[in-house]
Design a protein. Structure first.
Length: 75
């Protein structure tokens, strides 16, 4: 999976807060769907797990803000 753009809240999921003007390779694999919001990114994987990273403003990620994707439980 390749991502780029603003990363001020870790939404690119690469473990940093560095903005990326060009594509970088992420650690995500087997992704079937992606959803990117203003400061968050979530991915649905082929094994039906959901992983999210970025800002947890208004509890949009379900648990906490994170600069690396984490498994969202209970969906």
């Amino acid at each position: 999976m390749n991502c780029w753009g603003s990363n001020s809240y870790g939404q690119l999921g690469n473990g940093t807060f560095v903005n990326r003007p060009s594509a970088i390779v992420t650690t995500l694999s087997n992704v079937s769907k992606m959803n990117a919001g203003l400061n968050t990114v979530c991915s649905l994987h082929t094994d039906q797990t959901v992983r999210c990273s970025g800002q947890n403003n208004y509890n949009t990620l379900g648990l906490f803000s994170s600069k690396v994707p984490y498994d969202v439980r209970g969906l």
